[in-house]
Design a protein around this ligand. Structure first.
Ligand SMILES: Cc1cc2nc3c(=O)[nH]c(=O)nc-3n(C[C@H](O)[C@H](O)[C@H](O)COP(=O)(O)OP(=O)(O)OC[C@H]3O[C@@H](n4cnc5c(N)ncnc54)[C@H](O)[C@@H]3O)c2cc1C
Length: 498
């Protein structure tokens, strides 16, 4: 049973009274959103481990899901093993989904605008406070948009495309070829607007002479940064645990139970080691990423699988995030179509040309990360541990990188081939309907790493102050109705109001 906390009287500049009501807080999901929520709850001025019991339940108990067996298992071993966030075997399963397999780009030009500035600032403060540069690879970086023409990989030639059994680029109405879009595509400008070349000198790991056709800077170290998402998420979990959060992995929540009058949350039911457990809960935060609608069907979040690779480069590559547009020539290995399974090692030569948009992030640990487009071939499995990797889709990215860079291609070493599910449709942050104590923090699209600290802080305020204080929720509030416009694109249109 939780005891009431003391009420502190503070100076004029501080709040006079702190929340003292005992709370049993359950966070569902050990991705970056759940772990940041746990961290910020424990750093809230009203938090007291005597009064507030916080439990984080994570369904998976392994990070091996969504990675091929030959992939590296612990990214900390790449960075300085003395200073990088250590692996805690009791936390295996934390960051097992997208939060461990994302790029890790942070930007003041991300969306939604209501929470981005707060989150970018919090990332910076966390890095300063805990040595995030060494612990989770935090650094300021550049972001650029590049147009390239890929070279053919060894063993492929344009003549092969004339033979039978070839892949076809589908022409679209304007005469160009169909593009498989990058994840952060909404930030990209039209090719016409790009300046011709003018690439900076330190971008020396791209084949500038042969491949680059256009370059434009998008973000600078003033407004752009990066983290290693798995190491960051792992650190947030560790820091939260040090202040009293109980982390339970291999614990899949199957129900959120309400009081008989339906007015408040009462408990959650979860399965662990084949047994069913019930955890009394006054405040339940659903941070289950793309799995959220399985617990809260009223929250319209979609899941789309995305593949990525990690390449060890022969030398440290300069700090750029590259939004690419790569023209694949006739005879290049055909990218796996969005709507069919890949054939690993058996890509057919392309007939015609095709544009692809992998995103590439140089990392300070001597690697580069790159991700490809989303697909919807395999439905979201039960847990992150069961995510299926389509090796051919990873090979597509590897061929494409090799077509524009020797460092990422023939001179690089592939360390990881992986897949995860991108939560689409949100973010949703706030109370769900009239049920007291039911909060959602999910659906963060391609900016969940960027927006996790603000989300965690705002959720901690909703629970311990009764309302968000550090930023306005704006369109993130599940009860809002809005249309979010980025550039000329409507990226989110909501009509979901309680
Ligand atoms: C390829 C790719 C690249 C990306 N790059 C970037 C980037 O550069 N910058 C950026 O800001 N964002 C990026 N993102 C987006 C970012 O990764 C996500 O928005 C973010 O990781 C979502 O975090 P989450 O905690 O909500 O979800 P997840 O990481 O999916 O975590 C949810 C967790 O909940 C657990 N769970 C689910 N159901 C239950 C249950 N019933 N009980 C208990 N636990 C449960 C799952 O096992 C999982 O561990 C990228 C995403 C992808 C796919």
């Amino acid at each position: 049973m939780l005891s009431p906390a003391p009420i502190y009287l503070l100076s004029n500049h501080s709040r006079c009274k702190m929340s003292s009501s005992p709370k049993e807080i359950t966070i569902i999901g050990g991705g970056i959103i759940g772990c940041c929520t746990a961290y910020f709850l424990t750093r809230h001025p009203s938090y007291s481990p005597e009064t507030h019991r916080i439990t984080l339940l994570e369904a998976s108990n392994s990070n091996a899901g969504g990675r091929t067996p030959d992939s590296i298992t612990d990214p900390a071993t790449l960075a300085d093993p003395e200073t990088a966030s250590k692996r805690n075997p009791a936390h295996d399963g934390i960051a097992g989904g997208a939060s461990g397999k994302a790029g890790g780009l942070l930007a003041l030009w991300a969306f939604p605008r209501s929470i981005v500035p707060l989150s970018f600032k919090l990332h910076d403060e966390l890095a300063t406070e805990y040595g995030g540069d060494k612990r989770w690879g935090y650094r300021r970086c550049y972001a650029s948009q590049i147009d390239c023409q890929a070279r053919l990989p060894p063993g492929f030639s344009s003549r092969m495309a004339d033979k039978k059994n070839i892949g076809e680029a589908e022409p679209v109405s304007n005469g160009a070829e169909r593009v498989s879009k990058g994840l952060h595509k909404n930030h990209k400008k039209g090719i016409k607007e790009l300046e011709k070349l003018g690439a900076p000198e330190d971008l020396d790991w791209l084949d500038i002479e042969e491949s680059l056709t256009a370059y434009e800077g998008m973000g600078t170290p003033d407004n752009t940064a990066q983290v290693h998402p798995e190491l960051f998420t792992r650190s947030m979990a560790q820091l939260a645990e040090e202040k009293g959060v109980k982390i339970v992995t291999g614990a899949r929540v199957t129900a959120i139970n309400k009081t008989p009058d339906d007015k408040s949350v009462e408990s959650v039911t979860y399965e662990k080691d084949g047994k069913e457990e019930i955890l009394p809960t006054t405040d339940c935060v659903v941070a289950a990423g793309p799995w959220t609608p399985r617990l809260l069907p009223e929250i319209p979040i979609n899941a789309a699988r995305a593949h990525s690779v990690v390449i060890k480069t022969p030398k440290l590559v300069s700090a750029y995030a590259l939004f690419t547009s790569i023209m694949l020539p006739n005879g290049f290995p055909t990218p796996t179509p969005r709507d069919s399974r890949g054939a690993p090692g058996a890509q057919r030569p392309l007939r015609g040309q095709q544009i692809v948009e992998p995103e590439i992030y140089a990392r300070p640990d001597g690697t580069a990360y790159a991700c490809g487009p989303t697909d919807d071939i395999v439905e979201l499995p039960l847990t992150a541990a069961e995510v299926e990797v389509d090796v051919a889709r990873c090979e597509d990215i590897i061929y494409q990188l090799g077509g524009i860079s020797d460092e990422l291609g023939k001179d690089g070493e592939v360390l990881a081939k992986q897949a995860c599910y991108l939560p689409q449709g949100g973010p949703y942050i706030g109370e769900v309907g009239p049920t007291k104590g039911l909060i959602v923090a999910a659906g963060h699209t391609c900016w969940g790493i960027q927006n996790a600290p603000a989300t965690g802080k705002l959720v901690s305020e909703i629970i311990l102050d009764g309302k968000p204080k550090s930023a306005k929720l704006g369109g993130c509030d599940p009860s809002s109705k809005y249309v979010n416009i980025i550039g000329d694109d409507i990226v989110e249109a909501r009509s979901f109001v309680y």
